[in-house]
Design a protein around this ligand. Structure first.
Ligand SMILES: Cc1cc2nc3c(=O)[nH]c(=O)nc-3n(C[C@H](O)[C@H](O)[C@H](O)COP(=O)(O)O)c2cc1C
Length: 190
């Protein structure tokens, strides 16, 4: 399938690499479906090129209850462009390891992020991240162990668990791809 439309900008704000991994999976999927995707790390200077980018995927993780402030900056600065292209927000967190929490209306971090940023993406996906105790320094490990004790999760400091549901990520990518312009004549029939 030929890709003649503008590339989707995929921004990933990641501390330990899980959001980047999810962003890469979405990029691979879009490319596999004949769309173009451009991966970029989210920084304070991130900006779309309105002449070159025809959509946005923003993948950002929760750290101590907060998202990357660069995500808020990006949304505030590029609001007009955001309103003109298909958009997907993917939030990554450990609270989302429980499937019931993956409803954006229930996941409080995501709900607050949308309220605070004033952004209404076309699609919102709440995705579980990874627990990687061996990579955390002492204070982070103790804090995460405390959260895990409260929420009945693993506290063994040698444990690494990837909670990300890749089927969920794949389904989200497919739904987003369906929002993008397509050269496939069959796409107009569905
Ligand atoms: C220091 C630290 C703080 C975290 N705080 C939270 C939190 O408040 N709530 C939550 O659900 N997950 C929290 N997490 C889990 C991360 O969101 C999860 O590990 C995610 O996979 C990180 O993605 P990243 O590697 O792309 O940054 C925290 C993780 C770390 C290391």
């Amino acid at each position: 399938m030929a890709a003649t439309h503008l590339p989707v900008l995929i921004l990933h704000g990641s501390r330990f690499g899980q959001s980047t991994k999810i962003a890469q999976a979405l990029a691979d999927q879009l490319r596999g479906g004949g769309h173009e995707a451009e991966l970029q790390a989210l920084t304070r200077d991130s900006a779309p090129d309105p002449d070159r980018h025809g959509g946005l995927v923003l993948v950002t993780s929760v750290r101590y209850g907060y998202f990357d402030k660069n995500a808020y900056k990006f949304i505030a600065r590029h609001r007009a462009w955001l309103e003109s292209v298909p958009s997907l927000l993917v939030t990554v967190s450990l609270t989302a390891r429980t499937p019931q929490k993956r409803d954006p209306a229930v996941h409080s971090y995501t709900r607050k992020f949308l309220e605070k940023s004033g952004w209404a993406p076309h699609q919102v996906e709440v995705v579980a991240g990874a627990l990687e105790y061996p990579r955390y320094h002492l204070l982070d490990r103790l804090a995460i162990q405390l959260i895990m004790t409260i929420t009945k999760g693993p506290t063994d400091p040698t444990v690494t668990i990837e909670y990300t549901d890749w089927d969920q990520v794949g389904a989200a990518g497919a739904r987003f791809a369906a929002r993008l312009p397509s050269d496939d004549p069959k796409a107009t029939l569905v």
